[in-house]
Design a protein around this ligand. Sequence first.
Ligand code: TRP
Length: 452
Amino acid sequence: MNISSSNKISESVTWVGKWTFVLAAAGSAVGLGNIWSFPYKVGEEGGSAFVLIYLGCILLVGLPIMMAEIMIGRYAQHSPVSAMKKAALDSGKTGYWQAVGWTGLVSGVLILSFYSVLAGICINYIGIAAMPSTEITSVEQYAQVTGSPLRLFFWHSIFIGLNIAIIASGVIGGIERMVRLLMPMLFILMVVMLINAMINGDFKAGLNYLFAPDFSKVSSETFLSAMGQAFFSLSLGMGSIMCYGSYMRKSENIFKTSLTVAGLDTLIAILAGLAIFPMIFAYGMEPQQGPGLVFKSLLAIFIEMPLGNLIGPAFFMLLSIAALSSAISLLEPSVAYFEENKIVSRFAAAVILGLLIWFIGIGSVLSLNNWESTFFLGERNFMDSIVYLTFNFLMPLGGMLVAVFAGWFFKPKLAMEELSGAHLNIFKTWRFFIKFISPVLVASVFVYQLTS
Ligand code: TRP
């Protein structure tokens, strides 16, 4: 079937290239999650045990749920809210399943509000890495950046503006070109940084830290954090991938594409860990310092590295673009919803939602600037609260509900049709996982966290 003849969401969005879905989904998945939050969460949770649990989550929870999201999106050919409703009604179930879509829209707005502030820092670092100050250390440099709310606010506004412009013009298909060219470049730079870490870093300490099994540091929080990170990195549990799935051609194989996207995403996260931790140990930095870890250590790496003042800016430029292709996928589901229900035009939806997100983002700007208000989640400030709420609660919850729906409520015949490109055994394995393994694992992590 040709997607352009089907009941698709928007005239302006038609994915025709064979690789477009994979590229767009990979563009969504690969972003700050891999390079900013993966290393800092590894550091916070003490290394290898977290990495192992993370990999387990990708395989046992992430991959089956990614297939489920794509399947529902492609089946229903609508944005997540309406897609959940249609998939439920067509299976003879209540349309209230659309609530899962709504949760996703809320998560998307919340995630993008802090994501944009961090991406703004990346853009700012392009210039900083080109001309690092000789008077201050990378740690002081980070303090200077985050210490200036105006500067954070400026780059946050630029980043949101770029998002609005891209989404408003409906050129999601345009990211195909961007990703096709720039993702391999990012990959090559990361390999260069890996080689640098092998030569100039304490590579053995880095490897040990990331991979030598050490379960002494595992707590219920480790499981929750690894699972949240897996959802975040794969763009799951909020509708990004479901929305992109609705633009996917029927002839594409959902299993293979999911495997490719999850594989690429994981590869890049591991590469980031391997490039960064050996240097952290070589410089005697503390891995356990939270969200600032990566910015501080990356700048230190580029200052020391040969050609660092060329490679550094190039790296931050590519990272900013990777963040942009992820951010677009965070905004698209809600804009698509407004557009499809003819509430307002695509342009107006992009502007209204963009401004809302921009406004909420100001809270994160102030949080980075030592706004020590303990907000709604314990000791955490505003930004950390939103990070915690989305990573450790909203996305796993959204993902779990998608799994429960896909495994227990969606008509097996329809699922079979969507996944028919796959071998029967793959379908059966997927079905077993999505019914019994993925949702149960997510639920147990929740329960374990609550009871310990
Ligand atoms: N996966 C992206 C990253 O790693 C962020 C992202 C995009 C995301 N879309 C999402 C996270 C949907 C959660 C849900 O940077």
